[in-house]
Design a binder for this molecule. Structure first.
Ligand code: NAD
Length: 366
């Protein structure tokens, strides 16, 4: 029997609530698909500040180092918002952990089941079959990681500079992730840039075009400027299959994709890097797309689906357990289809709490 060694970092707010449900689903999947869990819990984010004085303690780093994957909840909340920005949970733990493990590829499925199309702010006639897009975002380059400075000019005013930097090798390695994703889906990729204005985008488009032509000529590759992509995503999301872009554009577009897919409670994500785990598979961090939801934390009503679907992504990418991942994804969909829903996706139906939603998903997994 295979044993899965992974770090469990529930974090703050609804993190621990939905994580508990996701672990139960993983345990049951293990019974059905013959794997055991070796999960080590550690503090991250606000709870780590409270218990250890820093958001990403060395002890947590060590737990992650020793693991083959990280299952992450979410971090932050009002309690820590008055800390200096550099010490706040999101920057000091989430960005830090991405950097520590060079997690350069963010894979975010934008999935809206037809059955809950009402959750989308888009009119139903624009998304008759729901939404099914995957956004591939470069996560450790570009303007967020380039040199930055703020200086005072001779005339007394302040000037701030952020630098956008990309190298061929950084573009090629994320292009490969887009190719792998597209080959497992519809074989269509839309690469998004701003090549009419930015040098980085000119290089991005050149490298992506050459890399796809050499390594995956069978994939249909289009290019789109980011302003148009933002508009097209709201106008006709069905035209996209794999949406592929650099760090800042991906940050913005993946959030737009998230909102047109309805509740954050349904959206999972995977962040992968060059590092391989002991199974020679990608070491990755898997987390819901949403945050700690302070408005509902502690009430037991958060939707656990995003955390459960993140766990399914972990099984798929870091452990190669595709059948188990498929089964979990199907169980979530069947549960929603059966009308068992948490409040964020209930739309007039009676809603259930996180635990009951988890129980229903477990039944469908059986
Ligand atoms: P949020 O994603 O926490 O909440 C936005 C809205 O979505 C809220 O109404 C919330 O109730 C709802 N929501 C989110 N997840 C849900 C779920 N599973 N089930 C049902 N409803 C859900 O965003 P926010 O309010 O802007 O941020 C709250 C805190 O989370 C902040 O401290 C922020 O910094 C942090 N945050 C962390 C991450 C992360 O850890 N990756 C991401 C985003 C925000």
């Amino acid at each position: 029997m295979q044993t899965l060694t992974f770090a469990v970092l529930p974090g703050d707010g609804i993190g621990p609530e939905v994580m508990a449900v996701a672990l139960r689903v993983l345990e049951q999947a293990g019974q059905r698909f013959d794997f055991a869990l070796d999960a080590t819990h550690a503090d991250i984010g606000g709870i780590a500040i409270d218990n250890h004085g820093v958001a990403f303690p060395d002890s947590t780093h060590k737990v992650c180092e020793d693991a083959d994957a990280i299952l992450f909840g979410s971090v932050g909340g009002p309690k820590w918002e008055s800390l200096p920005p550099k010490e706040q949970p999101e920057r000091a733990s989430l960005l830090a952990i991405r950097k520590a493990f060079s997690l350069y590829a963010n894979i975010r499925p934008g999935l809206l089941y037809e059955e809950i199309a009402d959750a989308s702010p888009l009119k139903r006639e624009r998304i008759p079959e729901g939404i099914d897009i995957v956004c591939i975002r470069e996560l450790t380059g570009g303007i967020y990681f380039g040199d930055k400075s703020t200086t005072r000019l001779d005339n007394g005013e302040e000037q701030a500079i952020d630098t956008m930097v990309y190298k061929t090798s950084e573009i090629e390695r994320i292009a490969q992730v887009a190719i792998d994703t597209a080959l497992a889906r519809g074989k269509r990729v839309t690469s998004v840039d701003k090549a009419n204005v930015l040098e980085c985008s000119v290089l991005w488009r050149k490298v992506v075009t050459a890399y796809f032509a050499k390594h995956a000529p069978e994939i249909e590759l289009d290019h789109m400027y980011v302003d148009n992509a933002a508009m097209q995503l709201a106008r006709d999301p069905d035209q996209f299959d794999v949406l592929f872009t650099e760090n800042m554009f991906g940050d913005i577009l993946s959030d737009e994709m998230g909102i047109i897919c309805g509740s954050l409670g349904m959206l999972a994500s995977a962040s992968l890097g060059a590092r391989k785990n002991r199974l020679d598979r990608p070491f990755g961090l898997y987390e819901p797309s949403g945050g700690t939801a302070p408005d509902i934390a502690g009430q037991g009503i958060a939707n656990p689906s995003a955390q459960i679907l993140s766990a399914a992504l972990m099984l798929r990418h870091s452990f190669g357990l595709h059948e188990a991942a498929d089964a979990i994804e199907t169980a979530v969909r069947s549960t929603v289809k059966a009308g068992i829903r948490t409040a964020d996706i209930a739309f007039g139906l009676a809603s259930v709490g996180s635990e009951a939603m988890g129980e229903a998903i477990l039944k469908h997994l059986d």
